[in-house]
Design a protein around this ligand. Structure first.
Ligand code: ZN
Length: 176
């Protein structure tokens, strides 16, 4: 049996007791979580999320890339529209983690090899210093013109050895 079949069988079990048909479009917490795609850092588990609690965006490293900025920019306009023109509160929680595979993207040799083979520049996703990278990423959000200044953003470092996340940047309105 393929992994897809194994997991789709789990979905069938899930659907047997499913009761989320009437969940609203906007998440209960009016929050976007941005984190790494690492299988050990699943927000549904580490933050005990329920269906409908939060939007989750994941990429290599959980870094704030231009792609993530574009996604959040588009999403914030959608939220404002659903809110009826006057945007309500909107929070962004950035979570990166210890022992992240994206630390390897900091290796100039690996960066050059990936660039040569695929044309992809992974330098934007490299983890070089976890606490500094989180602070830089909050500044990236703050200076991105497409992200509204009413968004409240915070940054956290999750320790895969303890299961505990540490606050690096407290929740702050991007517009100051
Ligand atoms: Zn990672």
């Amino acid at each position: 049996m393929s992994n897809a079949q194994v997991l789709m069988n789990r979905n069938k079990v899930f659907a047997e007791t499913f009761d989320g048909a009437d969940l609203p479009l906007l998440p209960k917490f009016r929050t976007v979580i941005v984190t790494c795609g690492d299988a050990r850092v699943d927000p549904a588990k580490i933050l005990d999320l329920e269906l409908g609690d939060s939007v989750v965006m994941r990429n290599n490293g959980g870094r704030v890339t231009q792609q993530i900025i574009n996604e959040i920019g588009a999403l914030s306009l959608l939220v404002a529209k659903v809110d009826g023109g006057t945007p309500g509160p909107f929070e962004l929680i950035l979570i990166q983690h210890t022992h992240c595979g994206a630390e390897r993207f900091a290796d100039p040799n690996l960066q050059a090899m990936i660039k040569a083979k695929t044309g992809i520049d992974v330098s934007e996703q490299a983890i070089t210093n976890q606490e500094e990278n989180l602070q830089e990423d909050i500044e990236k959000l703050r200076s991105a013109p497409v992200i509204p200044d009413y968004v409240v953003a915070s940054a956290h470092l999750y320790d895969i050895k303890t299961g505990l996340a540490k606050e690096i940047v407290p929740p702050t309105r991007l517009g100051g």
